[in-house]
Design a protein around this ligand. Structure first.
Ligand code: ZN
Length: 72
């Protein structure tokens, strides 16, 4: 268990699923405003999006940290 790499997982969805997760794109990042944009920009290299709930989060060292909600 400890030897398995921890995949990006949604911090908001029940059960913290690893399926349906993908990298945040630059276009999506730039639709954000204010503090959400700043947080996403600062963590862009580790930023992911959950396809189920549209949460943007940073995944680092096995932990997912919620940043903001993806804007359509
Ligand atoms: Zn989710």
């Amino acid at each position: 268990m400890l030897d398995e790499p921890v995949k990006p997982h949604c911090p908001k969805c029940k059960g913290k699923p690893t399926t349906g997760q993908r990298k945040l794109t630059e276009g999506e990042r730039d639709k954000l405003t204010g503090n959400a944009w700043k947080a996403a920009a600062a963590r862009f290299d580790t930023a992911y999006v959950c396809k189920t709930c549209s949460a943007i989060y940073s995944h680092q060292n096995g932990f997912s940290t919620y940043i903001a909600r993806l804007k359509n």
